[in-house]
Design a protein around this ligand. Structure first.
Ligand code: ADP
Length: 190
């Protein structure tokens, strides 16, 4: 199985690139952000709790997120592999992912990290807020999300770097140019 983590700050293009990667490599896409937004849209108890946290830019609890991931892994255990998008976001989540994958005799193949400067992130997210109405794409929440990323999520990159699985990719340029850089990395680990 090919198990990828697509990593990077909010607005770095993980969702956009995930779609292209799934098409080419037929992987199962697991976006914890999408899963949480689905809970919000369905007005589940979990969704109502998560919405407040998401609108502030903080992270939803590791326990909730890990629960969602374990369920997806079980559903697609016979599949071609996974692309994790927006997860793991804390070192605790990374450790739990490792344990969960080990249960299936699997491991992460590579973490691809999209590098994009902060000014560009803010610009893209404000733009997305205007176009989609996502309630967490306002200036105050955006700035908090990037701060949370720098404090709580960057350590996850070090975690995979220590295992020699971390590969940074330039996230600036056209969608296709960035995709080509990603394909190069995937084809090396496949
Ligand atoms: P972005 O990629 O723009 O940061 P996401 O759609 O991945 O946005 O996530 C939106 C929000 O959902 C996050 O700000 C956070 O509150 C919550 N969330 C998503 N994934 C996780 C996760 N793995 N752990 C904790 N919270 C998460």
């Amino acid at each position: 199985m090919l198990n990828l983590i697509l990593f990077g700050p909010p607005g770095s293009g993980k969702g956009t690139q995930s779609e292209k990667i799934i098409q080419k490599y037929k992987l199962v896409h697991i976006s914890t952000g999408d899963l949480l937004r689905e809970e919000v849209a369905n007005q589940t108890e979990l969704g109502m709790k998560a919405k407040k946290i998401m609108d502030s830019g903080e992270l939803v609890s590791d326990r909730i997120v890990i629960g969602m991931i374990r369920k997806k892994l079980e559903e697609h255990r016979a599949g071609p592999g996974f692309i994790f998008d927006g997860f793991p976001r804390t070192v605790a989540q990374a450790r739990e992912l490792r344990k969960a994958l080990t249960d299936y005799d699997e491991e992460i193949s590579v973490m691809i990290s999209l590098d994009v400067p902060r000014e560009e992130l803010v610009k893209r997210l404000l733009n997305r807020g205007k176009e989609t109405g996502r309630t967490d794409d306002n200036l105050e929440t955006i700035n908090n999300r990037i701060d949370v990323y720098e404090k709580q999520t960057i350590p996850v990159a070090h975690y995979y770097d220590k295992m020699r699985k971390y590969v940074p990719v330039d996230g600036m340029g056209s969608i296709d140019a960035i995709f080509k850089r990603i394909v190069k990395v995937i084809d090396q680990v496949k």
